[in-house]
Design a protein around this ligand. Structure first.
Ligand code: NCD
Length: 304
């Protein structure tokens, strides 16, 4: 486990201790835009998969700290389209930038990039595997709204099989105490067995199909990840499986919060947006301070 932040790769939330998580959240609370913080630094943003929030909030975070962004937002406009391997792309880009943010459809691609790169690599999502910076902003959002993470009852709803945000989040929650997880998904979209093994004995959890939200402090809704289904008929069977509307929200207390990494398709009705529990747009905004904090830590080190 690395303890020094300078030059650290951010690949999996499993590499984070509770102390690491708390340090990022504390730094995010404090950080202010300042054009001198990362002046002269260049960050490469390599998105081989679609993205709105992650890519733009990384870009915004870098620019608010005075750094500059280079990169691309589709594999089709990079040399991948000519057959270049990821290792070769990284081997070149590491000479152009002080850090690399990468999103790629293949699980393990961020780790591969970090093995090739001598500048720090940040995983902005690798296939159905991990999305550690999303998890940090999710935890920041929970703490900001509810003042704590320990002891909360958290429901994860939707695509628990392919959703990388819930994979990372569940791993992170093993670092906290007395968290109760309710895993709500169609049978074919349950958590992968390795994640269930990771939770067992550490976090109290149950798996169910029914959309019963009573007693939850946090409801974390996810999109069914259409692009990750091998067979489209399988997707057709589960699409629209859950829809949170204002009637569903009546199951929740007014203090409970609803999160979603976005984009949504139809799993949260727009009528919910006006309700006090709806926090997903604020959650997306929280990507800025959290990503500013993370970039500062890995580019300048702790205590700067
Ligand atoms: C998520 C992702 O890319 O995993 N979006 C995000 O980063 N905010 C969720 C999704 O695509 O459903």
């Amino acid at each position: 486990m690395q303890s020094n932040w300078l030059g650290r790769d951010i690949i999996s939330i499993r590499d984070f201790t509770r102390k690491d998580i708390e340090l990022v959240l504390a730094e995010a609370k404090r950080i202010k835009p300042n054009p001198d913080t990362l002046r002269g630094r260049v960050v490469a943003s390599l998105f081989f998969e679609p993205s709105t929030r992650t890519q733009l909030s990384f870009g915004s975070a870098i620019e608010r700290l005075g750094g500059q962004v280079i990169g691309f937002s589709s594999g089709d406009v990079s040399s991948k389209a000519k057959g270049e391997t990821l290792a070769d792309t990284i081997g070149v880009v590491k000479g152009y930038a002080d850090a690399i943010v990468i999103r790629h459809p293949k699980e393990g691609s961020a780790r591969l990039a970090a093995d090739v790169s001598n500048v720090p690599v940040i995983n902005a999502g690798d296939g159905a595997n991990q999305h550690p910076t999303q998890t940090l902003l999710d935890l920041y959002s929970i703490e900001k709204s509810l003042g704590k993470i320990d002891g909360l009852s958290i429901g994860l709803v939707g695509d628990l099989r392919f959703g990388r945000t819930v994979h990372s989040l569940a791993s992170a929650l093993t670092r906290f105490s007395k968290v109760k997880l309710r895993l709500i998904s169609p049978d074919i979209l349950k958590f992968p067995p390795h994640l269930i093994d990771e939770l067992r004995g550490v976090v109290e959890f149950n798996e169910q199909e029914e959309l019963d939200l009573r007693g939850l402090d946090v409801v974390y809704v996810t999109r069914i990840q259409k692009e990750r289904f091998g067979v489209i008929e399988e997707y057709e069977k589960v699409k629209g499986a859950y829809v949170i509307n204002s009637k569903t929200v009546e199951q929740l207390s007014t203090k409970a919060i609803i999160l979603h990494p976005l984009p949504r398709v139809d799993e949260i009705h727009t009528e919910v947006d006006q309700l006090p529990q709806a926090k997903y747009f604020e959650q997306a905004e929280n990507g800025i301070p959290v990503r500013m904090a993370l970039l500062k830590l890995i580019l300048l080190g702790e205590g700067r």
